[in-house]
Design a protein around this ligand. Sequence first.
Ligand code: A3P
Length: 307
Amino acid sequence: HANHEDRAEAVRFGASGCVLTCAYESSAQAVKDFAVREDDVWVVTPPKCGTTWTQEMVWLLVNDFDYEGAKAKPLMHRSPYLEFARFLTEVKKQQFLGGMDTVDYASKLPSPRCIKSHLPKDLLPDQLWTKKPKIIYVAREPKDVAVSFYYHDQLLSSYTGDKDFFFECFYEDIVGYSPFWEHMLEFWKMKDQPNILFNTYEEMKQDLPSVIRRTAKFLDKEINDEQLTRLTEHLDFKQMKKNPSVNVEPALSKMREKGRIKDDQAFIRKGVVGEGRREMSPEMAARFDERTRRVFNEGVGGCPWKI
Ligand code: A3P
């Protein structure tokens, strides 16, 4: 991110050494002290793993399929991204949040709240582990995450450098929210706890209705066949791509008007599995795969993906 004019210095936080901006230093404790409620529903993921897709699914399940409500309010307001405002520069906070403080906003939302966070286990609010609200975690195969993150940063002009160098930085754990592997490992280890549901992007791509059913069951929500069909259609990639409520609007429209991004560029980009293998050099892909095998097999003796 070093070549962007509105740049912020990066700092490592917590035992995990999570990379965030130095602005976060003054807020890390406030986020750890955030008051959690037992009836919250949290969506926790590393960036680019299918967070938005999952947030929309979860919000509609929690709010009894209120499609009108979902259309009327941007996802950022229905399912706030807890720590977002606290690591942004003032310029970006205005651009993406209209100045809203996400921690304050989330603290005042009526129950049941749907809250999103990309923080790793050690930086999340302490009360998550005592109040034990339901947490839906989403993981994605790391090569594909790196590709998605590269295009995300390009879209938002936070990175204008070389693609291979971005993958190198991702591997070396110096892009935002690194290290990604250990983030996923920590939740993979907790996946059998009753208040944690561990989904993957690949399962959602392969069989979305099954993931919706499993998530509904986890949330103690009934879903009939008709409701399942409608929700599956609503969450379809083509529908989501043209849905302004889930595409970081109005920020991206403003960027489009200024010619900074093309008309067909949206936050929801391509939505496929396996881009990592196509976009990375064979050497880099092998390094990613070796690390995925090592982290999961040495860490827990099992891996979410067949690598
Ligand atoms: P790509 O960049 O590979 O297209 P997040 O919400 O965590 O930032 O994740 C973004 C990724 O999820 C993007 O991946 C985006 O296209 C994908 N995504 C979002 N909605 C989707 C959907 N309905 N179906 C498939 N992929 C989706």
